[in-house]
Design a protein around this ligand. Structure first.
Ligand code: HCA
Ligand code: CU
Length: 442
């Protein structure tokens, strides 16, 4: 392969799936970040995010071209410093600058020490008419001249070219441009800029591109306007696409793009284990929590790797989960760092969970009939709680002051066993013990 040069000397071994994380580029275009008082990432945040991504196993990180602003330039340098610091521990991570086909962007990226340049320009009729106004001949001429110059002067740079809005670009137009550009780059991007790609069309598109450009890697970038960014990325990986753009929690322009942990989780469920090489999956939930805290949010409930995906509120569900978590949990999440289930005490909690909580976690002496009576009182009262009240506290108050419950005397050394094995006949399987409920209020 003629394009191996940029990767040489970095000790980089290609893997079946390379995540190109673009949280700090595409993610920064999220409307969430434009209320600066609330969500703005400062340099420390950016450094922390990149550090977490590198430790997670990501080897390609996309950043803005440093000439976007003096702040971006300073941030690029700080991010590069943390990358350098982690080389010994985690190997090399490539920093890619997202650049227009413009010499200023290239010069700034080169000066900042970028490892690669991710070129983009709109090729669809709409982009050409309303965005930059250039025709295909001009686009090709300009891009080729720039790429040839870079290849001659900076042969170490990893060059990628993306025709923005590739899924609304006529195939003939896409091929016309890519045929001319392919000999000058190592990767071709096919961004679904406005989220129009249909999952069923992905495999065919990738097959066409692979046949036409057999020595070039392909990169996918899927927007979530219809909620298809995850399935489109998953289909792409399965169709042999090696590079996928993701962000933490999927943030990005409008509805965002594919979430990194959601993609890896789905590959795991589908047993595509070879694609998970080098990713530290157990850090998935912690990295989501870290990033959500930067957005001053909880990990969104739509995020597969979340605690809400392990939280049960309906009485019927809670009872079943206490017996066997698999009743309402089809896929394990503990490999992804969500190692406990939660049942939330609330208006929908049944007497089962109240009995379990009071007896097995709080060690009160009570039988099932008392638990049923307490549940009835609790249910009435819990509807009137204010946001600062704790259902757990209320439940304990009811149990102690209205029902006079006292604690069982349990020798310390047995406490752990009781917590984990509520009822030996039903719950002695490992899966249940690992997900033994803790009742918490969020
Ligand atoms: C953008 C558009 C982009 C670029 C993707 C790429 C898209 O914000 O510049 O460079 O591959 O969705 O097309 O994010
Ligand atoms: Cu995008």
């Amino acid at each position: 392969m003629t394009h191996s040069t940029p990767f040489q000397f970095k000790n980089y071994q290609p893997r079946p799936l390379e995540i190109i994380d673009t949280t700090l580029r595409e993610g920064s275009q999220s409307s969430l970040l434009h209320d600066h008082q609330k969500y703005f990432f400062n340099q420390d945040d950016k450094v922390e995010i990149v550090r977490a991504l590198i430790i997670y196993g990501v080897k390609f990180i996309e950043l803005f071209a440093p000439n976007v602003s003096p702040q971006e330039k300073a941030d690029f340098a700080a991010i590069k410093a943390v990358r350098d610091e982690l080389i010994v521990q985690k190997g090399y991570t490539f920093l890619l600058a997202h650049v227009r086909c413009h010499p200023d962007d290239v010069a700034a990226a080169v000066e900042a020490g970028a490892d690669g340049l991710n070129f983009y320009i709109g090729l669809s009729d709409i982009a050409r008419a309303h965005s930059h106004g250039k025709d295909l001949t001009t686009i090709i001429r300009n891009a080729r001249a720039l790429l040839e110059e870079i290849r001659a002067n900076y042969p170490h740079l990893i060059l990628r070219f993306s025709g923005e809005d590739a899924f609304r670009t006529a195939e003939a137009d896409l091929f016309r441009v890519y045929d001319e550009i392919a000999p000058l780059v190592v990767r071709l991007g096919t961004p679904d800029t406005v989220g129009v790609a249909m999952p069923a069309s992905i495999a065919q598109r990738i097959q066409l591109l692979r046949q036409r450009y057999p020595t070039i890697d392909l990169e996918g970038h899927f927007h979530d306007d219809r909620g298809f960014s995850l399935i489109n990325a998953l289909e792409s990986v399965k169709s042999g696409m090696r590079y996928i753009n993701t962000t933490l929690l999927g943030i990005g322009d409008r509805s965002g793009i594919t979430s990194v942990t959601a993609l890896l989780y789905n590959l795991y469920i589908d047993k595509a284990y070879d694609h998970l090489e080098g990713y530290h999956l157990r850090a998935s939930y912690p990295i989501n929590v870290m990033f959500a805290s930067k957005l001053k949010k909880l990990v969104p409930s739509k995020e597969p790797v979340s605690l809400t995906n392990r939280t049960h509120t309906a009485g019927v569900h809670q009872k079943a989960v206490l017996n066997s978590a698999t009743t309402y949990e089809a896929f394990p999440l503990d490999q992804f760092g969500v190692s406990e289930s939660e049942v939330l005490l609330g208006p929908l909690s049944g007497w089962n969970v109240i009995h379990y909580f009071l007896k097995e976690i709080k060690y009160y002496n009570l039988d099932e009939s008392i638990a049923k009576q307490i549940a009835a009182v609790f249910k009435e009262r819990v509807y009137n709680l204010g946001p600062q009240d704790s259902p757990t506290k209320i439940l304990i108050e009811i149990a102690e002051s209205e029902f006079g419950l006292s604690h069982m005397s349990v020798p310390e050394r047995f406490k752990d066993n009781i917590l984990q094995v509520m009822d030996d006949s039903k719950n002695n399987d490992q899966a249940h013990r690992e997900t033994a409920v803790g009742l918490k209020r969020k």
